[in-house]
Design a protein around this ligand. Structure first.
Ligand SMILES: Cc1cc2nc3c(=O)[nH]c(=O)nc-3n(C[C@H](O)[C@H](O)[C@H](O)COP(=O)(O)O)c2cc1C
Ligand SMILES: O=C(O)C(=O)c1ccccc1
Length: 366
Protein backbone atom coordinates (compact mmCIF):
# COMPACT_ATOMS: atom_id res chain seq x y z
CA UNK A 1 0.00 0.00 0.00
CA UNK A 2 1.43 3.38 -0.97
CA UNK A 3 0.50 5.98 1.60
CA UNK A 4 3.65 8.04 2.06
CA UNK A 5 6.54 9.32 -0.04
CA UNK A 6 8.73 6.68 1.64
CA UNK A 7 6.32 3.97 0.37
CA UNK A 8 6.53 5.50 -3.11
CA UNK A 9 10.32 5.58 -3.00
CA UNK A 10 10.45 1.89 -2.10
CA UNK A 11 7.93 0.90 -4.77
CA UNK A 12 9.58 3.00 -7.46
CA UNK A 13 13.12 2.00 -6.69
CA UNK A 14 12.14 -1.67 -7.04
CA UNK A 15 10.99 -0.98 -10.60
CA UNK A 16 14.21 0.70 -11.72
CA UNK A 17 17.49 -0.92 -12.82
CA UNK A 18 20.22 -0.56 -10.16
CA UNK A 19 22.18 1.95 -12.26
CA UNK A 20 19.14 4.23 -12.68
CA UNK A 21 18.44 4.05 -8.96
CA UNK A 22 22.04 5.04 -8.33
CA UNK A 23 21.66 8.02 -10.68
CA UNK A 24 18.35 9.26 -9.28
CA UNK A 25 18.80 8.61 -5.59
CA UNK A 26 22.47 9.34 -4.95
CA UNK A 27 24.20 12.48 -3.90
CA UNK A 28 27.79 13.59 -4.41
CA UNK A 29 30.90 11.95 -2.84
CA UNK A 30 30.08 10.81 0.73
CA UNK A 31 26.28 11.26 0.63
CA UNK A 32 26.34 13.67 3.59
CA UNK A 33 24.14 16.41 2.13
CA UNK A 34 21.63 14.17 0.40
CA UNK A 35 20.87 12.61 3.80
CA UNK A 36 21.05 15.79 5.87
CA UNK A 37 18.68 17.66 3.56
CA UNK A 38 15.93 15.39 4.92
CA UNK A 39 17.15 14.72 8.44
CA UNK A 40 17.68 18.44 9.18
CA UNK A 41 13.91 18.92 9.20
CA UNK A 42 13.62 16.84 12.37
CA UNK A 43 15.20 19.52 14.54
CA UNK A 44 12.01 21.51 14.04
CA UNK A 45 8.78 20.51 15.73
CA UNK A 46 5.37 22.05 15.25
CA UNK A 47 3.64 24.19 17.93
CA UNK A 48 -0.01 23.66 17.04
CA UNK A 49 -2.71 26.12 18.04
CA UNK A 50 -6.11 24.62 18.88
CA UNK A 51 -9.80 25.49 18.66
CA UNK A 52 -9.33 27.75 15.65
CA UNK A 53 -12.13 26.65 13.27
CA UNK A 54 -10.24 24.98 10.46
CA UNK A 55 -13.40 23.98 8.58
CA UNK A 56 -12.49 26.15 5.61
CA UNK A 57 -8.76 25.85 5.17
CA UNK A 58 -7.16 27.61 2.16
CA UNK A 59 -4.03 25.94 0.81
CA UNK A 60 -3.73 27.87 -2.47
CA UNK A 61 -1.03 30.46 -3.16
CA UNK A 62 -0.16 32.63 -6.17
CA UNK A 63 3.15 31.83 -7.86
CA UNK A 64 4.33 33.48 -11.08
CA UNK A 65 0.96 35.20 -11.37
CA UNK A 66 -1.20 32.08 -11.05
CA UNK A 67 -2.86 30.33 -8.16
CA UNK A 68 -1.59 26.79 -7.47
CA UNK A 69 -3.26 24.09 -5.33
CA UNK A 70 -0.75 24.33 -2.48
CA UNK A 71 2.83 25.61 -2.06
CA UNK A 72 4.57 22.95 -4.14
CA UNK A 73 6.21 22.97 -7.58
CA UNK A 74 8.20 20.36 -9.51
CA UNK A 75 11.97 20.90 -9.56
CA UNK A 76 13.62 20.66 -12.98
CA UNK A 77 15.19 17.20 -13.21
CA UNK A 78 16.84 15.86 -16.34
CA UNK A 79 16.53 12.51 -18.07
CA UNK A 80 12.98 11.65 -17.02
CA UNK A 81 12.77 9.08 -19.83
CA UNK A 82 14.96 6.92 -17.57
CA UNK A 83 12.06 6.87 -15.09
CA UNK A 84 9.23 6.27 -17.58
CA UNK A 85 9.00 6.12 -21.39
CA UNK A 86 6.72 9.18 -21.46
CA UNK A 87 9.20 11.12 -19.33
CA UNK A 88 8.46 14.83 -18.91
CA UNK A 89 5.21 14.55 -20.91
CA UNK A 90 3.69 12.43 -18.13
CA UNK A 91 5.02 14.79 -15.45
CA UNK A 92 3.57 17.76 -17.28
CA UNK A 93 0.13 16.15 -17.58
CA UNK A 94 0.15 15.29 -13.88
CA UNK A 95 1.15 18.84 -12.91
CA UNK A 96 -1.52 20.28 -15.17
CA UNK A 97 -4.19 17.98 -13.67
CA UNK A 98 -3.16 18.89 -10.14
CA UNK A 99 -2.56 22.60 -10.83
CA UNK A 100 1.09 22.62 -9.77
CA UNK A 101 3.80 24.52 -11.72
CA UNK A 102 6.66 22.61 -13.37
CA UNK A 103 10.35 23.29 -13.95
CA UNK A 104 11.70 21.93 -17.26
CA UNK A 105 15.33 20.75 -17.28
CA UNK A 106 17.65 21.66 -20.15
CA UNK A 107 18.41 17.92 -20.13
CA UNK A 108 14.78 16.95 -20.68
CA UNK A 109 14.11 14.08 -23.09
CA UNK A 110 11.22 15.99 -24.63
CA UNK A 111 11.20 19.48 -26.11
CA UNK A 112 9.83 22.33 -24.03
CA UNK A 113 7.18 22.83 -26.72
CA UNK A 114 5.96 19.22 -26.42
CA UNK A 115 6.12 19.28 -22.62
CA UNK A 116 3.93 22.38 -22.41
CA UNK A 117 1.45 21.13 -25.05
CA UNK A 118 1.08 17.84 -23.15
CA UNK A 119 0.04 19.80 -20.06
CA UNK A 120 -2.25 22.18 -21.95
CA UNK A 121 -3.91 19.22 -23.71
CA UNK A 122 -5.24 17.86 -20.43
CA UNK A 123 -6.85 21.22 -19.73
CA UNK A 124 -4.74 22.85 -17.03
CA UNK A 125 -3.26 26.34 -17.16
CA UNK A 126 -0.15 25.96 -15.04
CA UNK A 127 3.09 27.89 -15.47
CA UNK A 128 6.37 26.40 -16.61
CA UNK A 129 9.90 27.58 -15.88
CA UNK A 130 12.89 26.68 -18.06
CA UNK A 131 16.02 25.55 -16.22
CA UNK A 132 19.24 26.78 -17.81
CA UNK A 133 22.91 26.21 -17.37
CA UNK A 134 25.37 28.91 -18.37
CA UNK A 135 26.50 27.44 -21.67
CA UNK A 136 29.80 27.90 -23.43
CA UNK A 137 27.82 28.48 -26.59
CA UNK A 138 25.82 31.63 -25.84
CA UNK A 139 23.98 31.42 -29.17
CA UNK A 140 22.72 27.96 -28.24
CA UNK A 141 21.74 29.27 -24.77
CA UNK A 142 19.86 32.14 -26.41
CA UNK A 143 18.07 29.66 -28.63
CA UNK A 144 16.85 27.62 -25.64
CA UNK A 145 15.65 30.84 -23.99
CA UNK A 146 13.79 31.92 -27.14
CA UNK A 147 12.18 28.50 -27.51
CA UNK A 148 11.14 28.45 -23.86
CA UNK A 149 9.65 31.93 -24.07
CA UNK A 150 7.92 31.13 -27.37
CA UNK A 151 6.44 27.96 -25.87
CA UNK A 152 4.96 29.98 -22.99
CA UNK A 153 7.46 29.60 -20.10
CA UNK A 154 7.16 32.34 -17.52
CA UNK A 155 10.60 32.10 -15.90
CA UNK A 156 14.22 31.10 -16.38
CA UNK A 157 15.83 29.15 -13.55
CA UNK A 158 19.56 29.64 -13.93
CA UNK A 159 21.28 26.81 -12.09
CA UNK A 160 24.15 28.47 -10.27
CA UNK A 161 25.50 25.54 -8.26
CA UNK A 162 26.93 23.69 -11.24
CA UNK A 163 29.98 25.35 -12.87
CA UNK A 164 31.13 21.72 -13.13
CA UNK A 165 29.31 18.50 -12.28
CA UNK A 166 29.51 17.18 -8.71
CA UNK A 167 31.59 14.08 -8.08
CA UNK A 168 29.17 11.19 -8.02
CA UNK A 169 30.84 7.95 -7.00
CA UNK A 170 27.67 5.84 -6.93
CA UNK A 171 26.76 6.91 -10.45
CA UNK A 172 30.26 6.12 -11.70
CA UNK A 173 30.40 2.73 -9.95
CA UNK A 174 27.02 1.73 -11.34
CA UNK A 175 28.25 2.55 -14.86
CA UNK A 176 25.02 4.43 -15.55
CA UNK A 177 24.64 5.20 -19.26
CA UNK A 178 22.93 8.53 -19.16
CA UNK A 179 22.87 9.28 -22.88
CA UNK A 180 22.46 5.84 -24.48
CA UNK A 181 19.38 5.47 -26.64
CA UNK A 182 17.53 8.63 -25.62
CA UNK A 183 17.48 12.11 -27.06
CA UNK A 184 17.91 15.52 -25.44
CA UNK A 185 16.05 17.85 -27.79
CA UNK A 186 16.88 21.07 -25.94
CA UNK A 187 20.66 20.67 -26.01
CA UNK A 188 21.85 18.06 -28.45
CA UNK A 189 22.26 20.05 -31.65
CA UNK A 190 25.57 19.07 -33.21
CA UNK A 191 26.20 16.43 -30.54
CA UNK A 192 25.48 13.35 -32.59
CA UNK A 193 29.17 12.42 -32.55
CA UNK A 194 29.35 12.61 -28.76
CA UNK A 195 26.88 9.87 -27.84
CA UNK A 196 29.50 7.77 -26.11
CA UNK A 197 30.63 10.50 -23.73
CA UNK A 198 30.14 10.10 -19.98
CA UNK A 199 27.85 12.39 -17.99
CA UNK A 200 30.91 14.29 -16.79
CA UNK A 201 32.52 14.67 -20.23
CA UNK A 202 29.30 15.78 -21.85
CA UNK A 203 28.61 18.29 -19.09
CA UNK A 204 32.12 19.76 -19.31
CA UNK A 205 31.91 20.11 -23.09
CA UNK A 206 28.66 22.04 -22.87
CA UNK A 207 28.61 23.98 -19.63
CA UNK A 208 30.68 27.05 -18.80
CA UNK A 209 32.72 27.04 -15.58
CA UNK A 210 33.48 30.73 -16.09
CA UNK A 211 29.90 31.74 -15.27
CA UNK A 212 29.35 34.89 -13.20
CA UNK A 213 26.70 37.32 -11.97
CA UNK A 214 27.26 39.29 -15.21
CA UNK A 215 25.05 36.74 -16.89
CA UNK A 216 21.91 38.23 -15.32
CA UNK A 217 22.17 41.49 -17.27
CA UNK A 218 22.70 39.47 -20.45
CA UNK A 219 19.68 37.28 -19.67
CA UNK A 220 17.61 40.43 -19.09
CA UNK A 221 18.67 41.70 -22.52
CA UNK A 222 17.48 38.56 -24.28
CA UNK A 223 14.22 37.70 -22.47
CA UNK A 224 11.17 39.17 -20.79
CA UNK A 225 10.70 36.07 -18.63
CA UNK A 226 11.35 36.28 -14.89
CA UNK A 227 14.91 35.38 -13.92
CA UNK A 228 15.49 33.17 -10.90
CA UNK A 229 18.73 31.78 -9.51
CA UNK A 230 18.61 28.13 -8.46
CA UNK A 231 21.24 26.93 -6.03
CA UNK A 232 21.77 29.76 -3.56
CA UNK A 233 22.70 28.82 0.04
CA UNK A 234 23.95 32.05 1.65
CA UNK A 235 22.73 35.52 2.64
CA UNK A 236 25.62 36.99 0.63
CA UNK A 237 24.39 35.40 -2.59
CA UNK A 238 20.81 36.44 -1.92
CA UNK A 239 22.19 39.99 -1.70
CA UNK A 240 24.01 39.47 -5.02
CA UNK A 241 20.81 38.16 -6.61
CA UNK A 242 18.97 41.29 -5.44
CA UNK A 243 21.73 43.59 -6.70
CA UNK A 244 21.73 41.77 -10.02
CA UNK A 245 18.00 42.34 -10.37
CA UNK A 246 16.79 38.74 -10.13
CA UNK A 247 13.13 38.00 -9.42
CA UNK A 248 13.69 35.08 -7.10
CA UNK A 249 16.07 32.54 -5.64
CA UNK A 250 15.63 28.84 -5.02
CA UNK A 251 17.56 27.89 -1.90
CA UNK A 252 18.95 24.60 -3.17
CA UNK A 253 22.01 22.39 -3.07
CA UNK A 254 20.87 20.40 -6.10
CA UNK A 255 19.54 17.63 -3.88
CA UNK A 256 23.06 17.02 -2.50
CA UNK A 257 24.32 16.11 -6.00
CA UNK A 258 26.83 18.92 -6.47
CA UNK A 259 29.07 19.93 -3.54
CA UNK A 260 28.74 17.50 -0.62
CA UNK A 261 29.08 18.78 2.98
CA UNK A 262 27.22 22.01 2.28
CA UNK A 263 24.50 23.26 4.59
CA UNK A 264 21.17 21.44 4.38
CA UNK A 265 18.72 23.71 2.58
CA UNK A 266 16.29 23.99 5.50
CA UNK A 267 19.21 25.32 7.60
CA UNK A 268 20.31 27.77 4.88
CA UNK A 269 16.77 29.06 4.46
CA UNK A 270 16.50 31.37 7.52
CA UNK A 271 19.58 33.45 6.62
CA UNK A 272 18.40 33.68 3.01
CA UNK A 273 14.92 34.82 4.06
CA UNK A 274 16.43 37.36 6.44
CA UNK A 275 18.71 38.75 3.74
CA UNK A 276 15.85 38.94 1.25
CA UNK A 277 13.73 41.17 3.51
CA UNK A 278 10.86 40.67 1.11
CA UNK A 279 12.84 42.23 -1.77
CA UNK A 280 13.14 38.97 -3.72
CA UNK A 281 11.14 35.76 -3.70
CA UNK A 282 12.64 32.85 -1.76
CA UNK A 283 11.73 29.25 -2.54
CA UNK A 284 13.45 26.06 -1.35
CA UNK A 285 14.09 22.48 -2.47
CA UNK A 286 16.02 19.49 -1.11
CA UNK A 287 14.88 16.62 1.07
CA UNK A 288 11.22 17.62 1.27
CA UNK A 289 9.37 14.34 1.79
CA UNK A 290 6.18 15.18 3.69
CA UNK A 291 3.45 17.76 4.14
CA UNK A 292 4.99 18.62 7.51
CA UNK A 293 8.30 19.39 5.76
CA UNK A 294 6.48 21.86 3.48
CA UNK A 295 4.78 23.37 6.54
CA UNK A 296 8.15 23.79 8.31
CA UNK A 297 9.79 25.40 5.25
CA UNK A 298 6.93 27.90 4.99
CA UNK A 299 7.11 28.66 8.72
CA UNK A 300 10.81 29.43 8.20
CA UNK A 301 9.91 31.95 5.51
CA UNK A 302 9.92 30.11 2.17
CA UNK A 303 7.13 31.15 -0.15
CA UNK A 304 6.98 27.75 -1.87
CA UNK A 305 8.69 24.33 -1.90
CA UNK A 306 9.95 22.25 -4.82
CA UNK A 307 10.59 18.50 -5.00
CA UNK A 308 12.86 16.54 -7.33
CA UNK A 309 13.22 12.86 -6.41
CA UNK A 310 9.62 12.34 -5.18
CA UNK A 311 8.48 13.36 -8.67
CA UNK A 312 10.92 10.89 -10.27
CA UNK A 313 9.74 8.12 -7.93
CA UNK A 314 6.11 8.84 -8.84
CA UNK A 315 7.02 8.81 -12.52
CA UNK A 316 8.95 5.54 -12.23
CA UNK A 317 6.14 3.93 -10.22
CA UNK A 318 3.28 4.69 -12.61
CA UNK A 319 3.94 7.51 -15.10
CA UNK A 320 1.40 10.36 -14.97
CA UNK A 321 -0.71 8.52 -12.34
CA UNK A 322 2.33 8.05 -10.16
CA UNK A 323 3.24 11.76 -10.24
CA UNK A 324 -0.40 12.59 -9.45
CA UNK A 325 -0.27 10.14 -6.53
CA UNK A 326 2.89 11.83 -5.25
CA UNK A 327 1.26 15.28 -5.42
CA UNK A 328 -1.90 13.94 -3.72
CA UNK A 329 0.13 12.44 -0.86
CA UNK A 330 1.92 15.73 -0.19
CA UNK A 331 -1.29 17.73 -0.61
CA UNK A 332 -3.30 15.60 1.85
CA UNK A 333 -0.48 15.64 4.39
CA UNK A 334 0.04 19.39 4.06
CA UNK A 335 -3.66 20.24 4.30
CA UNK A 336 -4.12 18.05 7.38
CA UNK A 337 -0.97 19.49 8.91
CA UNK A 338 -2.37 23.01 8.47
CA UNK A 339 -5.70 22.02 10.04
CA UNK A 340 -4.17 20.14 12.96
CA UNK A 341 -1.74 23.00 13.60
CA UNK A 342 -4.61 25.49 13.57
CA UNK A 343 -3.70 27.37 10.37
CA UNK A 344 -6.58 28.52 8.18
CA UNK A 345 -4.49 30.09 5.41
CA UNK A 346 -0.94 29.71 4.18
CA UNK A 347 -0.25 33.17 5.64
CA UNK A 348 -1.05 31.71 9.10
CA UNK A 349 2.04 29.46 8.83
CA UNK A 350 4.36 31.77 10.74
CA UNK A 351 7.65 31.17 12.66
CA UNK A 352 5.79 30.93 15.99
CA UNK A 353 4.26 27.66 14.71
CA UNK A 354 7.72 26.02 15.14
CA UNK A 355 10.03 25.06 17.98
CA UNK A 356 13.67 24.16 17.47
CA UNK A 357 15.06 21.18 19.37
CA UNK A 358 18.76 21.55 20.25
CA UNK A 359 21.26 18.68 20.18
CA UNK A 360 20.96 18.52 24.02
CA UNK A 361 17.16 18.10 23.73
CA UNK A 362 16.42 21.66 24.77
CA UNK A 363 13.56 23.36 23.03
CA UNK A 364 13.55 26.97 21.90
CA UNK A 365 10.97 29.10 20.16
CA UNK A 366 11.86 30.84 16.92
C1 LIG B 1 17.97 12.73 -11.33
C2 LIG B 1 18.05 14.21 -11.07
C3 LIG B 1 18.30 15.06 -12.13
C4 LIG B 1 18.39 16.44 -11.90
N1 LIG B 1 18.59 17.25 -12.98
C5 LIG B 1 18.68 18.60 -12.77
C6 LIG B 1 18.86 19.48 -13.86
O1 LIG B 1 18.91 19.05 -15.01
N2 LIG B 1 18.96 20.79 -13.59
C7 LIG B 1 18.89 21.29 -12.30
O2 LIG B 1 19.01 22.49 -12.09
N3 LIG B 1 18.69 20.47 -11.26
C8 LIG B 1 18.57 19.15 -11.46
N4 LIG B 1 18.34 18.33 -10.39
C9 LIG B 1 18.17 18.91 -9.03
C10 LIG B 1 16.70 19.21 -8.77
O3 LIG B 1 16.25 20.30 -9.54
C11 LIG B 1 16.46 19.59 -7.29
O4 LIG B 1 17.26 20.69 -6.94
C12 LIG B 1 16.70 18.46 -6.31
O5 LIG B 1 16.32 17.21 -6.86
C13 LIG B 1 15.90 18.74 -5.03
O6 LIG B 1 16.14 17.79 -4.06
P1 LIG B 1 15.18 16.50 -3.79
O7 LIG B 1 15.45 15.55 -4.92
O8 LIG B 1 15.67 16.01 -2.49
O9 LIG B 1 13.75 16.98 -3.77
C14 LIG B 1 18.23 16.96 -10.59
C15 LIG B 1 17.96 16.09 -9.54
C16 LIG B 1 17.86 14.73 -9.75
C17 LIG B 1 17.55 13.83 -8.58
O1 LIG C 1 22.13 14.93 -12.49
C1 LIG C 1 21.92 16.09 -12.20
O2 LIG C 1 21.77 16.46 -11.02
C2 LIG C 1 21.89 17.09 -13.22
O3 LIG C 1 21.76 18.23 -12.91
C3 LIG C 1 22.01 16.72 -14.62
C4 LIG C 1 22.95 17.37 -15.40
C5 LIG C 1 23.11 17.01 -16.73
C6 LIG C 1 22.31 16.04 -17.29
C7 LIG C 1 21.35 15.42 -16.52
C8 LIG C 1 21.17 15.76 -15.19
Amino acid sequence: MILSIADLEAAASGKLPDATQAFFNSGATNQITVKENSSAFSKYRIRPRVLRDVSNVQTEIDILGKSITFPLCMSPAGVQARAHPEGELATSRACSQKNIHMGVSSFANNSVEDIISAGRNVGGQINYGMQLYTMQDREAEKEIIARAEGAGCKAIFLTADSPILGLRYHEKRSNFKIFDGISFPMVENGWEDKKTQSHDERFISFNSDSHSWDEIAWLRSVTKMEIWIKGVLTAEDVEMAIESGCDGVIVSNHGGRQLDDVVPTIDALPECVKAAQGRIRVHVDGGIRSGADIFKALALGAECCWVGRPMLWGLAYDGQNGVELMIDILYQEFRRCMQLAGCRTVADITPDRLARIGSDGSMSRL
